[in-house]
Design a protein around this ligand. Structure first.
Ligand SMILES: Cc1cc2nc3c(=O)[nH]c(=O)nc-3n(C[C@H](O)[C@H](O)[C@H](O)COP(=O)(O)OP(=O)(O)OC[C@H]3O[C@@H](n4cnc5c(N)ncnc54)[C@H](O)[C@@H]3O)c2cc1C
Length: 405
């Protein structure tokens, strides 16, 4: 193929990783984002072994490892009885692969610094409204102020779950907003506190309340270690939560998990907590002529399984490999869609099944969870299966990629 002019909309994990891969294979890449100054969006997150393989392929694994916090176990207890409701140990993986919890800034900076080092063109302050494919069929990006960028040989939409670019095309799916979201805040990490540094710890009251503590390492080199604190909340209850005040909320948290007192005391203003709203959809085909959808723009769900950013990184790698190994843009888009189909569908389906077990109004599901979680971990094969699911490797996402061995 001739040297392609590629527009990438969105500088989240999907867009930045796609920019680096495509620059490497000789595309002329133009990145766009709405932010005025480069900055990350969102809470701390868990990079699974799958996502770390992608960062390794980009030569960024060593740096992200110096910033992040290795996680060896996901451990959840139900309140008030303290029964085990979730227990996943990465040590049960045959290769002992670990997950790495990172602050969003750490992941963003590692990717963005690499983009800057490669002098990839970036336009900030571009709030994109739609894509226009009139004329010769090549996509042109249009901002909310009517400014046009393009046309390009290929557009990669990485603007996330609420993409207005996708909404302006025939790819727009039926989106199911999820009742439950979560409040999150970054809090200081006390190495002498009651939480283990290598454990994502959660407490649940049925499935309607959930507290989570994820140690995420440092925002940047030389910074102090921090953690992400999560509190499950129905999106519709957000205003009521604010009106009740922080003291009432701190009592709610203490009733479920008194150890969290030093963390919630750090929250002195409700604006320190950000509400994340979740939605679920999977595009039937993450492609249109000359357009690829990657990351949350192609498939979004609740983060219970901790896969979204990892799948975004995998999408970016699969698309770049398809472009590198196909003779035409059309064929590479087909190859990209085929490479990601099974893995994305499997994990989206599992997320639909598991999410209500931890976030819903159900009485029965959390009861079953609390009865069966501990005994199940003693059934031969189950601990490894659970670890493979969370690691993102229930089926190997790399095996379907165009140049897989
Ligand atoms: C509370 C929470 C916890 C999570 N935990 C995990 C986890 O542990 N592990 C995991 O793998 N995933 C997790 N996720 C999911 C993960 O955050 C997403 O899957 C991931 O960020 C998707 O990356 P993306 O690049 O596709 O989109 P995004 O990260 O959403 O990035 C989109 C980018 O596009 C830009 N943009 C958006 N609209 C426009 C526009 N109109 N014009 C221009 N620019 C635009 C935004 O500014 C942003 O830079 C979590 C999500 C939440 C909310």
């Amino acid at each position: 193929m001739k040297r392609l002019d590629v527009a990438i909309a969105g500088c989240g994990p999907a867009g930045l990783a796609a920019a680096l891969f495509l620059d490497r294979i000789g595309c002329r890449v133009s990145l766009f984002d709405q932010f005025e100054a480069p900055q990350p969006v969102g809470s701390g997150l868990l990079l699974q072994p799958t996502g770390l393989i992608v960062l390794d392929a980009l030569g960024l694994r060593d740096r992200i490892k110096t910033l992040g916090q290795p996680i060896s176990r996901l451990l959840g207890h139900s309140a008030p009885r303290g029964r085990i409701a979730l227990d996943v140990r990465f040590g049960n993986l045959p290769d002992k692969a670990q997950a790495l919890a990172v602050h969003r800034s750490a992941l963003f900076n590692v990717l963005f610094d690499a983009v800057s080092a490669h002098e990839i063109d970036i336009t900030t302050g571009a709030r994109l409204e739609k894509v226009d494919t009139h004329g010769d069929g090549r996509p042109t990006l249009v901002t909310e102020t009517g400014r046009r960028h393009g046309p390009f040989d290929l557009l990669i939409d990485a603007t996330g779950a609420r993409s207005s670019i996708r909404a302006s095309t025939s790819a727009e799916p039926k989106i199911t907003p999820l009742k439950y979201g979560a409040l999150w805040a970054t809090v200081d990490w006390d190495p002498n506190g009651p939480f283990q540094p290598d454990v994502l710890a959660q407490r649940y009251q049925r499935a309607s309340r959930m507290v989570g503590v994820l140690p995420v390492g440092r925002r940047s080199e030389g910074g102090e270690p921090v953690a992400t604190f999560f509190w499950s909340l129905k999106a519709q209850d957000y205003d009521a939560w604010r009106n009740r005040g922080l003291d009432a909320w701190r009592e709610d948290v203490a009733a479920i998990w008194p150890d969290c007192a030093p963390l919630v005391e750090q929250v002195t203003d409700p604006d320190q907590l950000t509400l994340a709203r979740y939605a679920h959809f999977t595009l039937k085909q993450p492609i249109l002529p000359r357009i690829a959808f990657v990351g949350d723009s192609a498939h979004a769900t609740s983060p219970q399984l901790g896969q979204g950013a990892n799948m975004a990184l995998l999408d970016a790698m699969a698309l770049a490999r398809a472009l590198e190994h196909s003779a035409s843009i059309e064929q590479s888009l087909q190859d990209y869609a085929a490479a990601r189909r099974r893995h994305v569908r499997l994990y989206q389906a599992m997320s639909s099944v598991f999410t209500p077990v931890f976030q819903s109004d159900s009485y029965i599901l959390p009861l079953l969870r609390d009865w069966f979680s501990a005994p199940m971990t003693r059934v031969p094969g189950v601990p490894r299966l659970l670890a493979e699911i969370v690691a993102g490797r229930l089926i190997d996402p790399l095996a379907a990629m165009p140049d897989a061995p």
